[in-house]
Structure formats: C-alpha cells, structure tokens
Design a binder for this molecule. Structure first.
Ligand code: HEM
Length: 133
C-alpha cells in the first residue's frame, strides 16, 4: 500500500478559489484531519459554493460537523480525498495554544458557577436558619 500524501497548512492555504478549493475535514474521532480537493463539487454542493469558499484552504471540520451532514454527505466527501493533513510544528503550537485558551475559559466558567452555587447555598441556609427559630 502506498503511503498517503501529506500536506502542510502552507500548501493547503493556497487553494482558496473556484479554480482550486481545498478543505481540511476530520478529527481525532474519525481518523484525523484530511485534505479534500472540493473544486469539482462546489457547484453541486446542496449548501452552496459560498460556504465552502469561506473556509477554503483552512480547517473546516467544525463547520462541517456543526451542519450535521448526513451519511450520504460523508460518503460523498471520500471522492475528493487528496491526502492527510500534516501538522507542522507552528500549526501544532497554535492548536495547542488555542486548546489551552479554550480549556482555561471553560475552567474559569466552572469557577464562577461554583461561586454562584455556593452563594445560593449560603442564602438558602441562612433562610432555613431564620425559619427554624
Ligand atoms: C466535501 C465537503 C462537503 C460535502 C461532500 C458536503 C455535502 C453536503 C450535502 C450532501 C448536503 C445536503 C444535506 C446532507 O445530506 O447532509 C450539504 C448541505 C450543506 N452543507 Fe455541505 N458538504 C461539504 C462541506 C461543507 C462545508 C465545509 C460547509 C460549511 C462551511 C457546508 C455547509 C453546508 C450547509 C450550510 C448545507 C445546507 C444545510 C441545510 O440546508 O440544512 N458543507 N452538504
């Protein structure tokens, strides 16, 4: 079996037009990010060419998943596979930083929730105490 071709972001990001439109789709849950040349599919896409051109040359996985594409759409996708997305050191570092920033946001969100919950509990307890007297 020949090894699948690998592309780095620098190369993928050149393909952003109706002449040549590439997308990165895929994540850890479905075999990893892969590169698709969807140029020929632009006019056939039921969601229109514009949405695909908006994310051309980039990681479009989140957009692709958010729409909730059907099984048929996922099968169609396979026809346009050109290779794997090779994450270079700079992209990996950026993805790590983004993930950490997101995780931190989540944590601070949980922290605030905890404080609000404790405050509510304190009020409820105070109320309970006054009612018991
Ligand atoms: C090669 C990649 C893609 C394929 C093969 C594909 C295929 C399809 C298909 C078959 C549908 C019809 C509904 C369904 O069967 O799920 C659809 C709808 C749609 N797609 Fe895609 N799609 C691709 C990429 C994308 C991307 C990257 C976006 C967004 C950035 C997108 C946005 C949409 C939207 C907005 C609709 C319309 C949904 C609706 O009307 O409810 N698609 N796509």
């Amino acid at each position: 079996m020949s090894a699948e071709k690998e592309y780095i972001l620098d190369e993928i990001s050149q393909h952003t037009t109706t002449e040549s439109c590439w997308l990165i789709i895929g994540n850890a849950s479905n075999g990893g990010p892969k590169v698709y040349d969807v140029t020929k599919y632009l006019d056939d896409h039921p969601g229109g060419a514009e949405v695909m051109l908006d994310v051309a040359g980039q990681d479009a996985d989140e957009f692709f998943e958010d729409i909730g594409h059907s099984k048929e759409a996922r099968a169609e996708l396979k026809n346009y596979l050109v290779g794997n997305f090779k994450i270079d050191a700079a992209t990996l570092a950026k993805m790590k930083a983004d993930a950490e920033a997101k995780a931190q946001q989540k944590n601070s969100g949980t922290g605030i929730m905890l404080i609000v919950l404790m405050a509510l509990f304190a009020i409820a307890y105070g109320y309970y105490q006054t009612q018991m007297k």
